[in-house]
Design a protein around this ligand. Structure first.
Ligand code: ADP
Ligand code: MG
Ligand code: ZN
Length: 615
């Protein structure tokens, strides 16, 4: 391929040289070079019958008489800015004309830069893409890997057991598609792996191919985008054609967000036609093929919110698998996987390492062990000691803190008590949804921890007591911080805005305030999308006095709830500390464990999962 590319470039160069040569020939053509004054003299003497004035030369055709007297085919001279020439020609009645096309030098001025540009472009293309020639660049670049070639199995992926389980079913299908087809089982077409960078999404996809022993087509979204118009779409088409031939197999589109950003969200530069065409082709192909042929399309992204919603519709990437940051146990498992090839000293306990690396993802952990090994090698040690690992940890932590992905120990303590506060209140009040899971593993941007509750059922009506309990749970985080640290952090901001929202609605929409009575002060309207929006300013509709009263009522509800929560948490302080301590130790607490730690107030069981409290 490389050779052929070279030949192409060579041809362009040869063609250019030819042009240059032609230009020399052309400029000399038939002309005897004379000076301008000589030319003028010959015109005056009546030896010239026709003159062609070009930009860089003047060609004069001798009369028949002059030619008979031994004049050449033509005389050429370099033009001089001489308006008199035309007068002279008119006077002598000699035919004259201007010329551009015969002027090769002028044309070359155009062609040469273009030619050079093309050569440069070809050169860059080759640099960018050594495997590809210009002639074949519509062909898909998918690297086909034969059976078992990924060399990765689920054993190489640790700490993401839930995601693994979800994918196991698909592996079963890829191994024996006929069985599934015969039974009429529905198989997902598109699976989207979602999770922060470095958590092992690419690794999982490769492991799936390895487990199922099927070919694995791996492309990245950015690879599609970098090429030229029309080619991305052609590549997609080609890819699906190839995949159908090799079925059962997996097509994996890494960094899907690069390709499939929601339309209108465009990047910094204009002209996203190419990306859109490629995306559309992908959608067309996905819609057009029958999953029973045994091609599974997988994709990975760490920015699911950027994706074009069209991609997530049923029949496309409708199955989402979350690949989340590992908890302590997960990190321990991952460390074990990567420690296999590393000679560890006897003093190294990987569980301790896992304990010390909150917020690390799989890639960070692999990097950590590698750094430690390098440090050990540099100091000439026989094996990797705990000290090497500690030094490497410090280094990586510093890097990650800069990237804002890690929180320090103090912050972690605050978050632990904050979440313990939410959880304990939810656990102890009568009407709150029971706690399902508490975590202090940072999630996305902003959320430092979360408490998950399970609603009993979908609710359309809420009583006043239920709303008040909801407010109490939301306040639990902040109040716990107050009790334990005597001061409050900014971490409760989201909680507080939700508290205010609920309290305001209780007063203004649901008529749940005694002071104001069962009157709605609602000035929100239902929009077409079912969203609630404030249409007019509140000030316009209610009197100053009413507004003050509303504010007072909202404040009263919140204050009373806060007193109640403060009392509850002070009473349960021991439990609060126990929960926080366990959180700091394990990072995640499940429902059963919470019930074990907190004996007094037990919450009802057997409910559906719904995420409810962020932060
Ligand atoms: P992602 O695609 O989610 O950004 P990768 O799959 O590219 O992450 O992970 C990069 C590397 O980090 C992997 O090759 C592997 O060495 C290591 N790694 C990441 N997650 C895990 C994991 N869960 N188990 C084992 N190794 C992991
Ligand atoms: Mg990746
Ligand atoms: Zn909170």
């Amino acid at each position: 391929m490389r050779r052929r590319m070279g030949i192409n470039a060579a041809w362009v160069v040869v063609a250019l040289l030819l042009l240059v040569a032609l230009n020399y020939i052309a400029s000399d053509e038939g002309g005897e070079k004379i000076s301008y004054s000589e030319l003028k003299a010959k015109i005056e003497a009546g030896q010239v019958q026709k003159v062609t004035v070009g930009e860089s030369n003047i060609v004069a055709e001798p009369t028949q008489a002059a030619r008979d007297a031994g004049a050449p085919e033509a005389w050429t001279a370099t033009p001089v800015d001489d308006p008199k020439l035309i007068e002279l020609l008119e006077e002598k009645g000699i035919e004259y004309d201007g010329s551009t096309s015969s002027n090769w030098g002028w044309m070359l001025g155009f062609i040469l830069p273009f030619g050079l540009l093309i050569v440069f472009w070809l050169f860059m293309l080759r640099r960018m893409n050594p495997t590809q020639s210009v002639m074949t660049f519509g062909k898909s670049q998918a690297r086909l890997q034969a059976e078992g070639d990924t060399g990765v199995t689920f054993d190489d992926v640790a700490g993401v057991d839930e995601s693994e389980e979800e994918l196991q079913e698909v592996v079963g299908y890829l191994k024996k598609p006929e069985k599934f087809v015969r039974l009429g089982a529905k198989i997902p077409k598109g699976i989207l792996l979602v999770g922060p960078p470095g958590t092992g999404k690419t690794l999982l996809a490769r492991a799936m191919a390895g487990e199922a022993g099927v070919p694995f087509f791996n492309l990245s979204g950015s690879e599609f985008v970098e090429m030229f118009v029309g080619v991305g779409a052609a590549r997609v088409r080609d890819l699906f054609a190839q995949a159908k031939e090799k079925a059962p197999c997996i097509i994996f589109v890494d960094e899907l967000d690069a390709l499939a950003k929601a339309r209108g969200l465009g990047g910094p530069v204009g002209g996203h036609d190419e990306r859109e065409q490629t995306l559309n082709q992908l959608l067309v192909e996905m819609d057009g093929f029958d999953p029973r042929v045994g091609v599974i399309i997988m994709a990975a992204t760490n920015r699911p919110e950027l994706l074009d919603p069209a991609l997530l519709r049923p029949g496309r990437f409708d199955r989402h698998v979350l690949v989340d940051r590992p908890d302590k146990n997960g990190r321990h498992e991952i460390l074990k996987v990567h420690a296999k090839d590393i000679k560890l000293a006897a003093d190294v306990d990987l569980e301790v390492v896992a304990q010390r690396t909150p917020g690390f993802v799989g890639a960070d952990l692999a990097n950590l062990l590698n750094e430690a090994a390098l440090l050990a090698a540099r100091r000439g040690g026989d094996d990797v000691t705990l000290k090497d690992i500690d030094r490497a940890t410090d280094r990586i932590v510093a890097g990650l803190e800069k990237k804002n992905r890690l929180i320090n120990e103090d912050e972690k303590r605050i978050v632990a008590f904050h979440e313990a506060g939410h959880a304990l209140v939810a656990h102890c009040v009568d009407h709150a949804d029971p706690v399902h899971k508490i975590s202090i593993i940072p999630r996305g941007i902003g959320a430092l921890g979360y408490t998950q509750q399970l609603p009993t059922e979908d609710r359309y009506l809420l009583t006043r007591a239920e709303l008040l309990d909801r407010v109490a749970v939301l306040l639990g985080g902040r109040v716990a911080e107050e009790i334990i640290f005597g001061e409050i952090s900014t971490g409760a901001q989201n909680d507080l805005s939700r508290v205010t929202d609920i309290a305001r609605r209780m007063v203004m929409e649901y008529g749940m305030s005694d002071a104001l009575g069962p009157i709605t002060y609602e000035n929100r309207q239902q929009t077409m999308l079912g969203l609630r929006q404030t249409i007019t300013g509140e000030q316009d509709q209610h009197s100053e006095e009413t507004l003050e009263q509303i504010d007072r009522e909202v404040r009263r509800i919140v204050d009373e709830a806060r007193d109640r929560v403060r009392e509850l948490l002070t009473r349960e302080r021991e439990s609060l500390e126990a929960v926080a301590r366990r959180l700091l130790e394990k990072e995640v607490i499940e429902a059963d464990e919470l019930r074990e730690i907190v004996e007094e107030c037990r919450a009802p069981e057997g409910r559906k999962v719904k995420e409810s409290v962020g932060q």
